[in-house]
Design a protein around this ligand. Structure first.
Ligand code: HEC
Ligand code: HEC
Length: 213
């Protein structure tokens, strides 16, 4: 479980940092991805991607819910389904088309239609993800790190990969603070040293950012 981010980083395509210090991209909006009518999907692929992209950790193996709500047999139209995936709903990070291409999202959607919704009103399902992981993802999204370093810290064309990196804290902090005027996300105001240290520990080892252990 502590390898969660690292595995994801490996599973996803790593993008190199082409040009540092570019402005943060706007978050994906609903308009940008409305009306996907030409997509084709595959139910078996949907079931596979569900596990591979960690939806399973928060929504459960049969999508009956956990940290995130039940999505089995979801009544959401596909456009809304996709827009919710593309936008952050902490602790769920925003996932862009590199994290989860439209076609894979559509396959998941088709697979979800094959599942029965829960008959119980509120199933008491224990979250599959340990609390430290949830908090880590939450800080990651709330502080905007996902916008440039990727939903799962796997890197993007806006910032380098951080998952699984093992650089000393002082080095990481120095790089961040150096140009923090241009990049407010890197500033001490956005993320003070103590929280940053916990966050980086969490990225390295899946540590709990609350306790810092
Ligand atoms: C870190 C936990 C986490 C992960 C991983 C995660 N989700 Fe979520 N998801 C949530 C939370 C929390 C919400 C907020 C709504 C809620 O309370 O259920 C949510 C909401 C959603 C919604 C909107 C539901 C609605 O009706 O408003 C969709 C769709 C969704 N997730 C799909 C996915 C898919 C597909 C994946 C995998 C690619 C995924 N999620 C991965 C936690 C997660
Ligand atoms: C606007 C895009 C952007 C945002 C938002 C952002 N970063 Fe960065 N980050 C970068 C870029 C680009 C670099 C490459 C070095 C540089 O130019 O400062 C970087 C470098 C880093 C490094 C050093 C990486 C290395 O291995 O050398 C760390 C650590 C880091 N960021 C952490 C964070 C954290 C934590 C957050 C959230 C609080 C965050 N960043 C938010 C763009 C961003």
């Amino acid at each position: 479980m502590k390898k969660y981010l690292i595995l994801l980083a490996l599973a996803l395509t790593l993008a190199a940092c082409a040009d540092p210090r570019v402005a943060a991209p706007p978050r994906p909006t609903m308009q940008a991805i409305a009306s996907n009518t030409t997509l084709t999907g595959d139910v078996a692929e949907g079931a596979r991607v569900w596990r591979e992209k960690q939806c399973v950790s928060c929504h459960g193996a049969t999508a009956l819910g956990g940290i995130g709500k039940s999505l089995a047999n979801t009544a959401l139209p596909f456009d809304s389904f996709l827009s919710k995936i593309r936008n952050a709903m902490p602790p769920k990070p925003a996932m862009n088309t590199t994290d989860l291409p439209d076609a894979q999202a559509y396959s998941i959607y088709l697979w979800l239609q094959t599942l029965g919704a829960s008959t119980q009103s509120t199933p008491a399902i224990k979250p599959a993800l340990p609390s430290g992981q949830i908090l880590g993802i939450q800080v990651w999204v709330e502080k905007g790190c996902d916008q440039c370093h990727g939903a799962f810290a796997q890197g993007s064309d806006k910032g380098p990969a951080l998952a699984g990196e093992n650089f000393p804290f002082e080095r990481q902090r120095a790089i961040m603070r150096q140009y923090s005027e241009q990049n407010p996300a890197h500033s001490e105001k956005n993320i003070p040293d103590d929280l940053l240290q916990r966050l980086l520990d969490w990225l390295k080892r899946g540590a709990d950012p609350a306790s810092g252990c």
